[in-house]
Design a protein around this ligand. Structure first.
Ligand code: ZN
Length: 96
């Protein structure tokens, strides 16, 4: 017996081409709600660094909206208050 040793080792798994799972996609994306909207914060005090550190990367940068998940209005509020806080010395410009 000769074995046709055709090793088809190419990992070509047709990753799931949306085989109509009863019309519902697995909800990978949970609905993002703006953190400040959920806390009903309208104005952000620049002295509240404990709120603002969540909107800053570990390099001290202000997170973009797609990462922070905040809405347009609050992103602006956060960004300006972070800049104010930096100028006032409450927040670092650069990592320590
Ligand atoms: Zn918001």
């Amino acid at each position: 017996m000769e074995e046709h040793s055709e090793t088809r080792n190419q990992g070509r798994s047709d990753d799931d081409r949306r085989q109509g799972r009863d019309g519902r996609m697995a909800s990978k994306f949970k609905k993002r709600v703006c953190r400040l909207c959920s806390e009903k914060t309208d104005v952000l005090d620049y002295k509240k660094t404990e709120v603002m550190v969540k909107f800053v990367s570990n390099k001290g940068k202000i997170l973009p909206r797609r990462l922070s998940g905040s809405c347009a209005r609050h992103q602006r509020v956060v960004a300006t208050s972070i800049k104010r806080a930096r100028a006032a010395g409450f927040m670092p410009y650069s990592p320590r």
